[in-house]
Design a protein around this ligand. Structure first.
Ligand SMILES: Nc1nc2c(c(=O)[nH]1)N[C@H]1C(S)=C(S)[C@@H](COP(=O)(O)OP(=O)(O)OC[C@H]3O[C@@H](n4cnc5c(=O)[nH]c(N)nc54)[C@H](O)[C@@H]3O)O[C@H]1N2
Ligand SMILES: Nc1nc2c(c(=O)[nH]1)N[C@H]1C(S)=C(S)[C@@H](COP(=O)(O)OP(=O)(O)OC[C@H]3O[C@@H](n4cnc5c(=O)[nH]c(N)nc54)[C@H](O)[C@@H]3O)O[C@H]1N2
Ligand code: SF4
Ligand SMILES: [Mo]
Length: 570
């Protein structure tokens, strides 16, 4: 058997599948527990992408060597701090981190925070001291899975497949596929999850679900937390969350005496106080004893996949850092963008474009994307099929390996090669041998730890609800993942989805505006979307004209949904 035919799916996805390359085609690895012999449409899309095969300078095709010379020349003639290194999540292989090794030694400004999960992760860390997922066996051993703001069947289809026969409860403003398969769907109003968590905590107490002895021994502050929860009458929670008390009783009927897991997604934390919201949800989970079940249950979130591993790409330098969701590109003389498409995926497209126009932009990627339009220099990165790599998962504990299964296009360069080329040019320390790096991550086994030593409940809550300033004709903005695309990769859906009671009709052309910008959209009517919400897929080319050029209040995370919309016919 050929053992050099592994390919790790590099896409930003919980599942982290392992493929096998056989006779010119790809198959899901049957021995990889999560992949279980299947790959998804996005993997096929990636294989069939139109890959970049030539460098370009100011729109003109040039050789790879010429493009590297221009890059070196530019870097030599710029103050390091006036250059920005920006890495996205187009490929989550660990070798993508190589380039950071050069740019941090060189002295570039780096980024902090995230467009994605950082607020939720910080919320979990504040309660538990760390953010790790329980083992996949715990999920499999549960009877009931609460899917909280996560599009479970679509964004981690393989993990879902392992547990598809369980009882599900879904908490989501959208009637997602998993909501349709659920015994109970709590179709919550956006940004009211902390209120629902408090309401559930109150009812849990009324039902005597909390285990005083366990809480006393293992946690800190549960009395305070319960005090916050009981501060408000249940009817007030019902009204604000848009959830009937009867459904809350049903929730407890379904979980009573059952082994329970919570699959928590990024939906509830795309707001200014995403840290507090997530910590309140995790506090409720702890209050009802989710973490005390033996070999079963727990709370899963999109945490770091690097927990317990050394970061072999880390340098000793102390670089300046700017917050990822609100980068003013125009402030830099040179911006190096790798594996990202900020023109579509970063908040506030107008600001992003204005900034990029005022800087020398180098784009290093595998395909020509929307950001390339503003790039002065384009350097093609080699296909994932021609790069050695390894992937860790942010959803489970399995690793995936990439061997080189296709000859590298000579006009392209890998992240590892580019790094060592630049390090040599600037007399900086080069990276360890590629195989050595990969084998460290391959061989190192991180022991599963307890979720926390002592859980600290949230004791103070200060969240400004979106409904407070919402006028009757305003819409909430909901933006979530598309099963057929991976963020902006392969994305083709630029519609706005509205409920049929919205006064708009299928194919209406509308102008949508927010406090941050405006754009035109075509309407699709879909009653899975909650009344009063406007839904846009991630990768929609126009949605981020509407989103705030801001970060959340604690974790430098994007707050795509902290916004109210006005919609008018064109
Ligand atoms: N097919 C596919 N898979 C992907 C991706 C992709 O683009 N396509 N992207 C990957 C990436 S980068 C990530 S970060 C993960 C994210 O995976 P998920 O956590 O599943 O993320 P989303 O789809 O953004 O949002 C999840 C759900 O949150 C709901 N939601 C929105 N606002 C609220 C709210 O206020 N409260 C509650 N309770 N729910 C709310 C949305 O309706 C949506 O159903 O998926 C990864 N997997
Ligand atoms: N409206 C809205 N915006 C969102 C989101 C949302 O739900 N709604 N989600 C946010 C989230 S969770 C995330 S994680 C971000 C993602 O945002 P980004 O990290 O910007 O990801 P993409 O937009 O998918 O762009 C990835 C690019 O990486 C390039 N690429 C792929 N493979 C490689 C490779 O091997 N090497 C190199 N050098 N390049 C490669 C591809 O060409 C692709 O254009 O978007 C965020 N933006
Ligand atoms: S499910 Fe995710 S990891 Fe698996 S093949 Fe598809 S995109 Fe890749
Ligand atoms: Mo993400």
């Amino acid at each position: 058997m050929n053992s050099n035919n592994n390919v790790a799916c590099p896409l930003d996805c919980f599942d982290t599948c392992q493929a096998k390359y056989e006779n010119g085609s790809f198959k899901g690895d049957k021995d990889h527990f999560v992949t279980n012999g299947k790959l998804c449409v996005n993997f096929a899309n990636l294989v069939n992408e139109n890959y970049l095969t030539t460098s370009k300078y100011l729109g003109k095709e040039i050789s790879l060597d010429e493009s590297l010379e221009i890059l070196v020349d530019k870097l030599k003639n710029t103050t390091p701090e006036k250059t920005l290194f920006y890495k996205g999540s187009g490929n989550l292989g660990l070798m993508q981190k190589s380039t950071g090794y050069f740019f941090s030694q060189y002295g570039s400004t780096l980024t902090k925070g995230s467009l994605c999960e950082a607020a939720g992760e910080e919320g979990i860390i504040q309660g538990r001291g760390k953010s790790i997922n329980p083992s996949i066996e715990n999920l499999i051993n549960s009877d009931v899975i609460i899917v909280w703001g996560r599009n479970f069947t679509q964004t981690s289809a393989h993990m879902y497949n392992l547990v598809k026969d369980k009882t599900f409860i879904t908490i989501d403003p959208v009637k997602t596929e998993i909501a349709k398969k659920s015994e109970l769907h709590l179709q919550i109003n956006p940004k009211t999850d902390y209120e629902l968590a408090l309401m559930l905590t109150r009812v849990a107490y009324m039902n005597g679900i909390d285990d005083e002895e366990y809480l006393e021994e293992n946690t800190e502050g549960h009395d305070w937390f319960f005090d916050i929860a009981k501060n408000r009458p249940l009817v007030s929670y019902e009204e604000k969350c848009g959830i009937d008390l009867d459904d809350v009783y049903k929730f407890f009927d379904l979980i009573e005496d059952k082994k329970v897991s919570i699959m928590l997604g990024v939906g509830p934390q795309k707001y200014n106080e995403g840290v507090q919201i997530t910590r309140t949800i995790d506090s409720f989970a702890t209050f009802i004893g989710i973490h005390k079940q033996e070999n079963a249950g727990g709370v899963w979130y999109l945490g770091t996949s690097m927990y317990g591993y050394d970061d072999l790409f880390k340098t000793k330098t102390k670089n300046k850092k700017v917050s990822l969701p609100k980068i003013d590109y125009g402030k830099f003389d040179l911006v190096f963008i790798q594996g990202a498409n900020p023109v579509v995926s970063s908040p506030n497209t107008k600001k992003v474009i204005e900034g990029l126009k005022n800087s020398f932009v180098v784009y290093f990627g595998i395909t020509e994307n929307d950001t390339c339009e503003y790039a002065d220099l384009i350097i093609p990165s080699s296909s994932f099929l021609s790069k050695k790599d390894i992937r860790l998962s942010y959803g489970h504990d399995l690793k995936s390996i990439s061997d080189v299964v296709e000859e590298k296009n000579p006009n392209t360069i890998t992240e590892y090669e580019l790094t060592n080329f630049l390090c040599k040019k600037f007399d900086l320390e080069t990276l360890k041998d590629e195989d050595e790096i990969i084998s460290y991550y391959k061989e190192t086994e991180v022991e599963k730890e307890e979720q926390f030593e002592e859980f600290e409940f949230i004791e103070d809550l200060d969240v400004e609800p979106l409904y407070k300033n919402k006028k009757d004709d305003n819409f909430y903005l909901i933006t979530a993942k598309n099963p057929k695309s991976l963020n902006s990769q392969f994305a083709k859906d630029d519609y706005v989805y509205l409920n049929s009671d919205s006064n708009f009709n299928e194919n209406d052309e509308v102008n949508i505006s927010s406090a941050y910008g405006e754009a035109k959209f075509v309407v699709k009517i879909n009653d899975d979307i909650k009344t009063g919400c406007a839904f846009f897929y991630a990768g929609n080319k126009f949605v981020n004209y509407l989103t705030p050029f801001e970060e959340d209040d604690e974790a430098h995370n994007a707050i795509f949904q902290e916004v109210l919309l006005d919609i008018e016919l064109c």
